[in-house]
Design a protein around this ligand. Structure first.
Ligand SMILES: NC(=O)c1ccc[n+]([C@@H]2O[C@H](COP(=O)([O-])OP(=O)(O)OC[C@H]3O[C@@H](n4cnc5c(N)ncnc54)[C@H](O)[C@@H]3O)[C@@H](O)[C@H]2O)c1
Length: 288
């Protein structure tokens, strides 16, 4: 066993030798990147030297995002329409990306729709359940199916799935969302094993409350309470989309090749908070 291990090339995946960042020229696909967390991830990758494909259902916003990201970072970005739930639509986007940018080395499965509180299971519309699973779960599988063979050929690849803190800490009345986000962990682990000998890593990021426009609009509409979400989060604030982007950039790095099948929780500590009523600002008096 020891002899076998010593035969392994522990330097594979590193290309810092010429003094260039290992991201330069690589192609990343970020789904659902027209807005929110996906947009921040796409921008971060463009700034790091990747060629970035922004895949989204909202074509107009995706084009605007590609233009602004290219202008702000000086990098390369293209917008490609796809409904991640529809394999044919993903194929068409993938063909275009490969012909314009080349094979994909990093995939970020981010596209999703946020949870709605829909009441008890008796009131859960079956079509809502199917839609959530089709976008979050089938969508992630569709894109992974498209990119893995080129990653195997290159003996390098990074697949990053955006799950949610709700995969760890379930909430009631959002059964479809919780199910979908937990299923993403299943995809992450099974695919990590399938691809582990091919230089491909597959990991999941679990964001906590992140201040995207979608959630800020909900706060403005009175659907959620911005302040109480911040208070419930141990660090006392919402996360920023660029903080998720930073985690994605770390997992995508060539030097992160020993991290696979793993979950990176980026949530300000909310999923480890056992007692939400415990006052984190003031220690209790010694007698209490
Ligand atoms: N914002 C948070 O607090 C938070 C927390 C945990 C997890 N997440 C997850 O992060 C991801 C991004 O969330 P966000 O807050 O940035 O949302 P967002 O609404 O700002 O952005 C989602 C993007 O996905 C796109 N999209 C939706 N359905 C699609 C489809 N079928 N095909 C292609 N594109 C599609 C939308 O057009 C949009 O551009 C989601 O998967 C979400 O579940 C978000």
């Amino acid at each position: 066993m020891l002899a076998e291990i010593s035969r392994l090339d522990i330097t594979s995946g590193q290309d810092w030798d010429q003094g260039v960042p290992n991201s330069t020229g690589k192609v990343v696909v970020v789904t659902g990147a027209a807005t929110g967390i996906g947009h921040a991830i796409a921008k971060r990758f463009a700034a790091d030297g990747y060629r970035v494909a922004i895949v989204d259902l909202d074509e107009e916003s995706a084009c605007a995002a590609a233009a602004s990201i290219a202008e702000e970072t000086g990098g390369s970005a293209l917008a490609a329409f796809a409904d991640v739930a529809e394999f044919e639509s993903c194929c068409a986007a993938h063909d275009r990306i490969v012909s314009e940018f080349g094979p994909v080395s990093v995939l970020v499965n981010n596209a999703g729709i946020m949870a709605q509180r829909l009441g008890r299971i008796e009131a859960l519309p079956p079509e809502h359940f199917d839609q959530l699973l089709a976008i979050h779960v089938r969508g992630a599988v569709n894109w992974a199916r498209l990119v893995t063979s080129a990653m195997r050929d290159a003996q390098f690849g990074r697949i990053i799935n955006i799950s949610s803190g709700n995969a760890k800490l379930a909430v009631p009345y959002r059964l479809a969302y919780v199910t979908a986000k937990k299923a993403i962990l299943g995809i992450t682990e099974a695919l990590a094993l399938e691809t582990a000998r091919d230089g491909i890593t597959v990991n999941a990021i679990l964001p906590g409350y992140i201040a995207t426009q979608t959630l800020l609009d909900r706060a403005d509409a009175g659907i959620l309470d911005k302040d109480s979400f911040a208070e419930r989060t141990p660090v006392g604030r919402w996360g920023r989309p660029d903080e998720i982007a930073r985690a994605a950039a770390f997992l995508a790095d060539a030097d992160s090749g020993f991290i696979t099948g793993s979950t990176l929780v980026v949530d300000g500590g909310i999923t480890i908070r056992g007692d939400p009523d415990e006052d984190l600002s003031h220690p209790p008096s010694p007698k209490s």
